[in-house]
Design a protein around this ligand. Structure first.
Ligand SMILES: *[C@@H]1O[C@H](CO)[C@@H](O)[C@H](O)[C@H]1NC(C)=O
Ligand SMILES: *[C@@H]1O[C@H](CO)[C@@H](O)[C@H](O)[C@H]1NC(C)=O
Ligand SMILES: *[C@@H]1O[C@H](CO)[C@@H](O)[C@H](O)[C@H]1NC(C)=O
Ligand SMILES: *[C@@H]1O[C@H](CO)[C@@H](O)[C@H](O)[C@H]1NC(C)=O
Ligand SMILES: *[C@@H]1O[C@H](CO)[C@@H](O)[C@H](O)[C@H]1NC(C)=O
Ligand SMILES: *[C@@H]1O[C@H](CO)[C@@H](O)[C@H](O)[C@H]1NC(C)=O
Ligand SMILES: *[C@@H]1O[C@H](CO)[C@@H](O)[C@H](O)[C@H]1NC(C)=O
Ligand SMILES: *[C@@H]1O[C@H](CO)[C@@H](O)[C@H](O)[C@H]1NC(C)=O
Ligand SMILES: *[C@@H]1O[C@H](CO)[C@@H](O)[C@H](O)[C@H]1NC(C)=O
Ligand SMILES: *[C@@H]1O[C@H](CO)[C@@H](O)[C@H](O)[C@H]1NC(C)=O
Length: 605
């Protein structure tokens, strides 16, 4: 009890009591200034400048609406004379305190709205015995903490709204007793997490909405005990960058939204267990690419929304597995195309939103054109951004007769097809060119003599440069053989062969050699090159790391001797790493120094 507040409240109560003498209590009376519907036993005192609960409320009232008044506190027993109340609306008053017992005797209460008041703390016991309550709204207050057991008698509560409070902490047992809760909304709080233990008291929860949270991670198995959860909405978590792979373990969701976060990739692994998912909304996350197979286990998914997500690429087979997809919403992204091979089958697709993307209208979009009469674009037609002649035209407006005039692709054609025989010495870098023309710009991959695919994403000694040139750093004898260049685009492909011979002996490069086997450049950046050497002294081969620096070999050789020596002394190590960094030096000494203005720092790690 808070005597100060009680004291300030009672005078008002008495003044009103005197002013509003009980009206004629015929069948169903009505307090002054209020509107009542006797048949429905409802009393509406909405926005009547009241400072306390008015007198003259019929005792058989079912619904009491006191919203938008100036009520400041609720005293114990104040509503007890109306035991048949089923719904009480006290939203948007200025209530700062509710004493335990304020709702005593209201055994029939089903709905209690306390939204938009000034409540800071709800003492345990305020809601005791309200076992018929199904909806409780305490959102838009100033509540800082939810205490243990504060809802413990509310075993029939189905819907709890605690949004937009200053919540800092939800005590571990705060939700204890809420066995019937079906929907929980927590939003705009200063919570940094919502713990797995507090959620574990909600075995019946079906819908969980958590919006505007400042956390950057999801606990592992955060939702594991929510056996009944079907709908999970995580919205506006600006710091969330990663969803760990077990975050959704134990859940059997049908609907999942993760929107307005800082996620940059589809959380493919976490999604894999959600095989009953039908609706997925990943809109407004900074995701650039949908990789192949990102949703491959979501066999029942019907709707996928990724609007406003900075998508530039949807890989081929990105939506494989989505056998029942009916709606795809990728509007408002940076896609230049959306190919048919993205889908396992487009036959199930009914609605497609691909508007507000810089679409290139070539043969890759023909599949949409061919379906433009049956596909539902939700009143947002896709519009061509290029080529220039048809820029700004909606796909819907093209007559069949001119389709094949515009929506065309040009098959790749490799330039300069002269067969190349290339000879190189071991350790030398090798470049083999393959330039192709075509529309859209062809993608170039190479196939090695060992039938290994080399692409621009390959790491290691061989890689493909953006223009299509195959680059082998430090060629080795086993690299010899025939290389195939394949240029592909939606229009077709073109191939081309080149033969490489790598000579091993008497290499002119041996003048700055280093006798080591099997080096492996593991990492490099602008100023550092890191090598990792695996020693095998039987096979000695020639290698040069940095073409232009002649005494690197000598220095490395010293390290090698040190290494062999350390092995001799029983410190068994089968490999060692050398960090090599060069730095610029300025001033007069630089001109005189060997190899120009460069110096080395080396250390054995
Ligand atoms: C819930 O309300 C019903 C009438 O609607 C009443 O009969 C019952 O006693 C109430 N339950 C409790 C636990 O008070
Ligand atoms: C919660 O965060 C908002 C904005 O970040 C801030 O204005 C408010 O003071 C915070 N409340 C508490 C209780 O920390
Ligand atoms: C989101 O991520 C980007 C880069 O990963 C970072 O620069 C930015 O600060 C992050 N935003 C927030 C709100 O954490
Ligand atoms: C998951 O939910 C679906 C319906 O949403 C239900 O048919 C299925 O039995 C549930 N599976 C498990 C393991 O609970
Ligand atoms: C997907 O989430 C965004 C952001 O929360 C929302 O605006 C949009 O309405 C959602 N999409 C659908 C179809 O509900
Ligand atoms: C597609 O996403 C946008 C943005 O979230 C939304 O406004 C729109 O309703 C969605 N369209 C459909 C058909 O779901
Ligand atoms: C370099 O070594 C790492 C392991 O240390 C290995 O994964 C990688 O494939 C090697 N790279 C090359 C080009 O051999
Ligand atoms: C190249 O095109 C031919 C048909 O023109 C096709 O059979 C073949 O599979 C294609 N190869 C690649 C790698 O795309
Ligand atoms: C030694 O290497 C240099 C390049 O640094 C090269 O010009 C020269 O021909 C090589 N010498 C021999 C004998 O191969
Ligand atoms: C290169 O790597 C070294 C060691 O990790 C680091 O100190 C240096 O800042 C890096 N340089 C650049 C340009 O990233």
């Amino acid at each position: 009890m808070m005597p100060g507040i009680m004291a300030s409240c009672w005078p008002f109560y008495f003044v009103l009591h005197l002013l509003l003498l009980p009206p004629d209590q015929n069948v169903f009376g009505c307090p002054a200034r209020c509107d009542c519907v006797p048949q429905l036993r409802t009393v509406f005192c909405h926005r009547k400048h009241m400072t306390s609960v008015p007198d003259g409320i019929p005792s058989e009232t079912r619904l009491l609406d006191l919203s938008k008044n100036r009520i400041r506190c609720l005293n114990p027993g104040e509503l007890s004379p109306y035991p048949l109340l089923e719904e009480v609306d006290l939203s948007e008053n200025i209530i700062s305190t509710i004493e335990p017992g304020a709702f005593a005797n209201l055994f029939n209460l089903q709905t209690l709205r306390l939204k938009g008041n000034q409540l800071k703390l709800l003492p345990t016991g305020v809601f005791s015995k309200l076992s018929n309550l199904t909806l409780l709204d305490i959102s838009e207050n100033k509540i800082v903490i939810l205490l243990d057991f504060m809802f413990q008698d509310l075993r029939n509560l189905k819907n709890l709204e605690v949004g937009d409070n200053d919540l800092l902490y939800i005590s571990q047992k705060a939700f204890y007793g809420l066995v019937g809760l079906k929907k929980l909304t927590v939003e705009k709080c200063n919570l940094t997490s919502i713990s797995a233990e507090s959620l574990s008291y909600l075995p019946g929860l079906q819908i969980l909405i958590v919006r505007h949270l400042g956390t950057n991670y999801l606990e592992e198995q955060n939702f594991q005990k929510l056996y009944s959860l079907k709908v999970l909405e995580l919205d506006c978590w600006p710091f969330l960058e990663d969803v760990c792979s077990t975050a959704f373990l134990g859940l059997n969701l049908t609907s999942l939204s993760i929107t307005y976060t800082n996620l940059t990739i589809v959380p493919a692994v976490a999604l894999r267990s959600l095989v009953y998912l039908e609706y997925l909304n990943l809109s407004y996350n900074p995701i650039k690419v949908i990789h192949r197979g990102s949703f491959r286990d979501l066999v029942r998914l019907k709707e996928l929304h990724m609007a406003g997500a900075s998508l530039t690429t949807v890989d081929s087979q990105a939506l494989y597995g989505l056998r029942q997809i009916r709606l795809l919403n990728v509007s408002n992204n940076l896609l230049s195309t959306l190919e048919e091979n993205v889908f396992q089958s487009v036959n199930t697709l009914e609605t497609l939103r691909v508007d507000a993307n810089p679409l290139v209208c070539d043969c890759r979009l023909l599949w949409i054109l061919q379906r433009r009469k049956t596909l539902n674009f939700d009143h947002h037609q896709p519009i061509c951004a290029s080529p220039a002649e048809i820029q700004g035209n909606a796909l819907h407006d093209f007559p069949d007769s001119i389709l094949f005039e515009y929506f065309t692709c040009q098959k790749p054609k490799i330039r300069d097809r002269k067969l190349q025989y290339i000879t190189a010495h071991e350790g030398q870098p090798v470049s083999i060119h393959c330039r192709a023309d075509g529309d859209p710009v062809p993608m170039i991959v190479w196939v090695s003599p060992q039938r290994r695919m080399i692409t621009t994403r390959s790491v290691g000694r061989s890689t493909v440069l953006p223009q299509g040139t195959l680059e082998i750093r430090y060629a080795q004898v086993q690299d010899s053989g025939t290389y195939i260049c394949i240029a592909t685009n939606a229009g077709g492909n073109d191939t081309y062969f080149a033969t490489l011979t790598v000579k091993g002996e008497n290499s002119p490069y041996s003048n700055r050699t280093l006798y080591l086997s099997e080096y492996n450049e593991t990492f490099h950046n602008d100023t550092h090159v890191f090598f990792k050497f695996t020693l095998d002294l039987k096979t000695i081969l020639v290698s040069t790391a940095m073409g232009c620096i002649t005494f690197l070999g000598v220095v490395l050789f010293c390290f090698l001797l040190l290494f062999v020596w350390s092995r001799g002394r029983g410190q068994h190590k089968n490999n060692f790493s050398v960090e090599y960094s060069f730095r610029k030096i300025d001033g007069p000494t630089s001109a005189a120094g060997q190899g120009g203005a460069r110096k080395f720092n080396m250390k054995m790690i």
